[in-house]
Design a protein around this ligand. Sequence first.
Ligand code: MRU
Length: 351
Amino acid sequence: MIQTLEWTDSGVRFIDQTKLPTEETYVTCRTCEQVADVIRNMVVRGAPAIGVAAAMGIALGAKNAKGETVGDLKREFDRCCELIGKTRPTAVNLFWAIRRMQDKFESLRIRPLPQIKQALIEEAQRMHAEDIAANQAMGRFGATLMPASGGVLTHCNAGALATCGYGTALGVIRAAVEQGKKIHVYADETRPFLQGSRLTAWELMKDGIPTTVISDNMAGAMMKQGKIGAVVVGADRIAANGDVANKIGTYTVAVLAKEHKIPFYVAAPFSTIDLDTPDGSQIPIEQRNAKEVTHIAGKQMVPEGVQVENPAFDVTPAQYVTAIITERGIARAPYGEALAKMAGQTAAVGG
Ligand code: MRU
């Protein structure tokens, strides 16, 4: 399995996703500042991976803390949480992970310092293992929704590289293929950062899953030609009403899918569901550097000085979503009720 990120004795090790698919290199972060940088610079990306990276960065900060009292450790811990909380605003998994580490710290306050540090490291490692188990559970649920054969379109990368392993949307595809379904993946290129052509295609080819890369503007034509039997994507944040924030361009795909009567599925762990955000209009959308749009591989593609927009995500209204696949089961509209009910259940992971 691809090791997207892992805790090691020398720090947190990441596969450098900015270098894929042509170079498979790894970077090891030794401080929480370095982890904040790799999240911001998209060496690690994808909502669940960002969440676990955040937890590991905070654990690293605690491990490195110099003070001798719990108060000293708490100050350093808070500083790391704040720093990491400012890296990327849309994926709620980042804030979910920070909150979980904060809760862990609170539960440990009366323990000796070395025990607190060790428990924070173990909590981050537990989140890593839980993420893989959640993806495998999502895969089992979601595979039942995949066609027995034919094309499945995905947008961005919601695979092993976007998680701690196996993937959400690609986990569903992997599980369907493991069950013997003859799926051919259509991977949207996903401009401007090319997560589809660089990352999704790379990891599916490693697994021997038939894959065709298309540029984003080809999706409608492929649907019209009958090549796509289902769409499955990941999510960065799902609001309480089922509105889905995901990579820019997802909304376009969802509208096209509805027009062509193709089911549009979203696969995401419960750490991506934000019941505190009532609907998609409240989800903060990250605006990234214009250079991601103006330049390709360092070459300028637009006239000097032209205005550019670069929102990293869009929101797909719940009405376009056929079902949301989670590790606790499959939610269908009305999502407000379905997600609230699932929130009260325990995960079906490992079952
Ligand atoms: O900007 P990115 O690459 O972090 O965006 C990633 C996505 O939009 C993914 O589809 C989403 O995080 C789900 S990953 C399982």
